[in-house]
Structures are given as C-alpha cells and as structure tokens.
Design a protein around this ligand. Structure first.
Ligand SMILES: NC(=O)c1ccc[n+]([C@@H]2O[C@H](COP(=O)([O-])OP(=O)(O)OC[C@H]3O[C@@H](n4cnc5c(N)ncnc54)[C@H](OP(=O)(O)O)[C@@H]3O)[C@@H](O)[C@H]2O)c1
Length: 250
C-alpha cells in the first residue's frame, strides 16, 4: 500500500526519527510524536526540508487517556494510513541492584506495551471502518529471550509480539495489516545505554531503509539486522535449560 498519512511515535530520536526522514517526501503528511521539543522539532524541520508536511505533538504517552483522545482526534482530522508505534523505553537493571524498581517496571510496561496496545486498537477500529490500513508495532528481538538484565523490557516486548500476531489474524478480514518489527542492536540513545556487547550493530538510518521497504511490502514480521533471526532460530533449537544457563552468566 502507498501511505499518504503516517503516524510515528517516538519520532524525536533514534529509529523513529530515521523512519520519519525516510518517509519524508512531497505529498506525505507525517504526524510526529515525542516528548523532547528540541529533538522533535529538529526531526520535523529535516522532514519538511525533504518536502513532507509535518504535524508534531509533544506529550507523554504514559498519560494513556490523553494519548487515546489525541489519537482519535488526530485520525478524525487526518485519517492515518500507516500508524507506527515505535516509542519505547529501554534500560538494563544496574548490576548492583537486586531488581528493577516498581516505578521503572511500571514505566517500561506502560510505554512499551500498554500505550502501543491501546493505540493499535484505536487504529484497528478506525482503519477497519474505512476498509484498510497498516499498523506497525516496534518490538525487540528481546521478545524471544528471558533477559535477566532487563526482565520487564523483555516481557513487554514478548507481550507485544503476541499481541501483534493475534491482532494481525483478527484484522486480516478487515484488510488491516499488522507488522511486528523486532530490532536487534541499532545505534541509538537507547542502545548506547546497554553496557553489554552489541553484535551486528547497525545505524538507525540503515535500519529505517530496510523497514520502509519491508513495511511497504506488507511483511508481517521484520527482524533487523537479519542476523538476529538466525540467532533466534538457533537459540530455539537449544534446550531451554542451556539458554537459561548462558543468560544467567551473561
Ligand atoms: N536501538 C536498539 O538497539 C533497539 C533494539 C530493540 C528494540 N528497539 C526498539 O525500537 C524502538 C525505538 O527505540 P530507539 O532505539 O530509537 O530508542 P531512542 O532513541 O531512545 O528513542 C525512543 C523514543 O521513544 C520516545 N519515548 C520514550 N518514552 C516516551 C514517553 N513516555 N512518551 C512519549 N514518547 C516516549 C522518545 O521520546 P523523547 O526522547 O522525546 O522522550 C524517543 O523518541 C523502541 O520501541 C525500542 O524498544 C530498539
């Protein structure tokens, strides 16, 4: 499908900003969401220079009722063809901490799971009403691994992956396509905060180039960089006890 109006959450940096720049062309309206005003305006300025019309919104998606109302109002004003729920909160538990704080766990769950699930349901309803559209949920390859250094993060992404697959089956008859994106390591502010080794690290721009092409093709699952789909498949062949042992020593 060729989308004219595209929503991108988390467009103030990293993968979201790179996607916005890739989609920016004359005739495209970009709805760019984020919290950091300076960085969001910078993304918008770059996209306008490439010919796109940009409508920005600065707010915290953890204020869930506000997010839902904004999405409904925005879609009524400018029907969205492609909604990319990309905003995410990373972060490993510090080595010396026993576990995550309840506050951090809650924030991670709200940003990575609750907000995109609410948003995707709003969009699925609206898109079904007009005969189609596409929803993209940005998860993580962490969805496949019980990461002891980031238990809530891994759990939110596993939940999002299950949600994306279930929603894609449910919405198929309504011609609403649902795509799950599972990045490995992409060089952004989030991954720079990860102290562990980052194999196959790729730039946000290189990742965005692949994503734009494969989202347009309507792929249901996209792993970037591709090497992580091999790692995941190989890990899936190992006994779970061995995976737990390896992760426990990471
Ligand atoms: N980079 C990687 O290696 C990697 C790997 C796997 C998955 N991912 C996933 O890819 C997505 C994008 O991550 P990234 O690497 O581009 O990270 P990033 O550079 O840290 O960007 C995260 C974006 O999410 C937004 N955001 C976070 N909390 C928010 C909130 N409460 N309300 C509104 N916006 C919020 C940020 O907005 P502000 O900056 O304006 O607050 C920012 O635009 C995430 O879902 C992440 O889990 C990334």
């Amino acid at each position: 499908m060729s989308a004219k109006t595209i929503l991108i959450t988390g467009a103030s940096g990293g993968i979201g900003a790179a996607l916005a720049r890739r989609y920016a062309h004359a005739g495209i309206t970009l709805l760019l969401w984020g919290r950091d005003e300076t960085r969001l305006m910078q993304t918008a300025a770059q996209c306008r220079a490439l010919g796109a019309e940009c409508i920005t919104a600065l707010f915290d998606i953890r204020v869930l009722d506000d997010m839902e109302e904004r999405l409904v109002a925005q879609d009524a004003a400018t029907p969205i063809d492609l909604a990319i729920f990309n905003a995410g909160l990373g972060g490993s538990v510090a080595k010396d901490d026993i576990c995550e704080t309840p506050q951090r766990a809650r924030a991670t769950a709200e940003v990575n799971f609750v907000a995109p699930v609410i948003g995707a349901n709003v969009m699925a309803q609206a898109m079904a009403g007009r005969g189609g559209g596409q929803i993209v949920l940005v998860g993580s390859i962490a969805e496949s691994f019980p990461l002891p250094m980031a238990p809530t993060y891994a759990a939110t992404k596993a939940g999002l992956a299950m949600f994306a697959e279930a929603l894609s089956i449910r919405m198929a008859r309504q011609k609403v396509r649902v795509t799950l994106v599972s990045p490995g390591f992409v060089d952004t502010a989030m991954s720079r905060g990860v102290p562990e080794a980052k194999p196959f690290l790729m730039t946000a721009d290189a990742a965005a180039a692949i994503l734009v092409r494969r989202i347009a093709r309507g792929d249901r699952r996209i792993v970037v960089p591709w090497q992580f789909s091999v790692i995941r498949a190989a890990a899936g062949l190992l006994p779970r006890a061995l995976v737990r042992w390896v992760l426990g020593r990471a």
